[in-house]
Design a protein around this ligand. Structure first.
Ligand code: ZN
Length: 411
C-alpha cells in the first residue's frame, strides 16, 4: 500500500500544479454535466481539497469539472466573475473575502433560476452577513454567527427539530471516525445506503445555525461529548431548495495540510458527494451504491478516489501475507465475481490471473487466487494450477481448484 500512497502523492502534486496553472481550462470530456469548483481562499487547505473534489467528480464519469480560483486574500477581487450559468453545478470550496456585487447577484440568479450547488465542509463558514447566501447553504458556522442567524437543527426523539436556544454557531470536537445515520432513506441521494455507516476520521461539524428554510436533513452524526462534541445528533448531509435551485450540503470532508486525508478518502464521503452533485445538477440520481460502501462497523477508503483497477489490486495483493489488510482481497474478489459473466472482459482478467499465479507473488496471495478461480475459473487455468501442485505451500489450494474446475466442466 505504501507504493500506492507514494504514487497518489505524486499524482496529486501533478494534478494540483496542472489545475492551478490553467484554472479556467477544463477537461475535454463527453460527461453529461459540467461542474465548477469555486476555490482560492479557505481556512482549510483548498489547494489540496479542490483537486481531490475534481477527481471525485470526474471519476463519477458524470462530470467534466472545471476550477475557478479567486485572487488571494486581500487582493483585488473585482476580476472574480465566474460565469455560473455555464455550469450544471457549482461546488463551493471557498470561504474568504467577499465576492464583487455582480458575482453575488449572478450567483443568486443562477441558484434561484434552477442551478445546482454543492456546499462542501468549510464553505458553510463563508459570508456570515450575506443573508441570501445563508438561505442557500441552510446552516452555517463560525464568523461570529449566533442566534440572530437562525436556529440549531437537530435530530431529537425521532424527528428533526429547530432549536432557538441562544449561543454560538459552529464547533467540533477532536477528529475521529463516527457513524453517519440516514434520516431520509427514500431521497435519491441516500436511497439504498446502509442506514448507519462508519465514516473515516473527520471533524464532526456541530452547532451550525442558519435560516434553515426549505431544508431537508438527509443524515445526522452523533457528536459524542467524550470526543468534545455537543452531545447532539448534528446534520451531516442536507438538501436545501432555493427558488428553483437545488443545493446539496455536506459538512463532511476536513482537509488540512498535505495529507493523508482520511475524511475525503472515505467511500461514504466520495459517493454521497457524487450523488449529491448529480442530484443538484439534474434532480435525479443514477449512480448505484458501490460494493465498497462502508458498513455499520467497517470503514472503507479509496485513496485514489475511485475503486482500484484490476492491475492495481493484483499489485497490492502480490506481497500479501496473513495479518495484512484484506481490503485488496475483498475488492478483487468482488471484481472477479462481477466480471465473470462479461464475455468481453473475462478472458483478459483470467489471463491476468494466470500470469499472477506464474509470477513472484507470495504463496498466501497465490492461495487466495486459487480459491477464487476454483469458483470462477475455466479450464484455461489447469496448466498453471498443475504447476502450483509442485510447491508444498500452494499444492492444497491448487489441487482443490483443479478439482472444482474439472467438476464444473465435466458436469
Ligand atoms: Zn475542517
Amino acid at each position: 500500500m505504501k507504493r500506492i500512497s507514494n504514487y497518489i502523492l505524486v499524482c496529486l502534486v501533478g494534478i494540483t500544479l496542472l489545475s492551478f496553472s490553467g484554472c479556467q481550462n477544463g477537461p475535454g470530456s463527453d460527461a453529461p454535466y459540467k461542474a465548477l469548483i469555486i476555490t482560492g481562499q479557505n481556512n482549510h487547505s483548498c489547494e489540496e481539497s479542490t483537486p481531490i473534489l475534481k477527481q471525485i467528480l470526474d471519476n463519477s464519469e458524470l462530470f467534466a469539472t472545471y476550477i475557478a480560483k479567486s485572487p488571494a486574500s486581500g487582493e483585488d477581487m473585482s476580476s472574480f466573475t465566474p460565469v455560473f450559468s455555464d455550469y450544471d453545478v457549482i461546488v463551493l470550496d471557498y470561504t474568504g473575502d467577499p465576492w464583487p456585487d455582480e458575482t453575488n447577484q449572478a450567483f443568486l440568479d443562477y441558484v434561484s433560476g434552477g442551478g445546482g450547488v454543492v456546499v462542501y465542509h468549510a464553505a458553510d463558514n463563508a459570508f456570515p452577513e450575506w443573508l441570501e447566501f445563508n438561505k442557500i447553504i441552510g446552516l452555517g458556522g463560525w464568523g461570529n454567527r449566533n442566534e440572530t442567524n437562525g436556529p440549531y437543527v437537530r435530530w431529537k426523539d425521532g424527528e428533526i427539530v429547530k432549536d432557538l436556544t441562544p449561543g454560538r454557531a459552529g464547533s467540533h470536537g477532536q477528529q475521529h471516525a463516527f457513524r453517519v445515520a440516514i434520516r431520509e432513506e427514500n431521497h435519491p441521494i441516500t436511497k439504498g445506503l446502509p442506514l448507519e455507516w462508519l465514516h473515516s476520521q473527520d471533524e464532526l461539524y456541530s452547532e451550525l445555525r442558519g435560516p434553515a428554510e426549505n431544508l431537508t436533513v438527509l443524515a445526522t452524526a452523533f457528536a459524542d461529548t467524550s470526543k468534545g462534541g455537543s452531545g447532539e445528533h448534528e446534520p451531516a448531509l442536507m438538501t436545501i431548495k432555493y427558488g428553483q435551485g437545488r443545493v446539496f450540503h455536506t459538512t463532511l470532508g476536513h482537509v488540512m495540510g498535505t495529507g493523508p486525508h482520511p475524511a475525503v478518502e472515505c467511500v461514504g464521503f466520495i459517493f454521497t458527494l457524487q450523488r449529491g452533485a448529480e442530484w443538484a445538477a439534474s434532480g435525479e440520481v443514477t449512480l448505484e451504491v458501490p460494493n465498497a460502501f462502508p458498513g455499520f462497523n467497517s470503514l472503507s477508503a479509496w485513496d485514489k478516489y475511485r475503486p482500484y483497477t484490476f492491475d492495481e489490486l493484483l499489485d497490492c495483493l502480490e506481497s500479501y501475507k496473513p495479518g495484512d489488510s484484506r481490503v485488496c482481497l475483498q475488492d478483487l474478489s468482488v471484481l472477479i465475481r462481477n466480471t465473470r459473466d462479461n464475455e468481453a472482459e473475462w478472458p483478459g482478467m483470467e489471463s491476468g490471473l494466470i500470469k499472477f499465479l506464474k509470477g513472484k507473488a507470495t504463496s498466501d496471495a497465490k492461495n487466495f487466487v486459487c480459491r477464487e478461480v476454483a469458483i470462477w475459473g475455466s479450464e484455461a487455468l489447469i496448466p498453471v494450477l498443475e504447476k502450483l501442485i509442485e510447491d508444498d505451500d500452494t499444492k492444497e489450494m491448487a489441487r482443490f481448484a483443479i478439482e472444482r474446475i474439472n467438476e464444473e466442466y465435466t458436469n
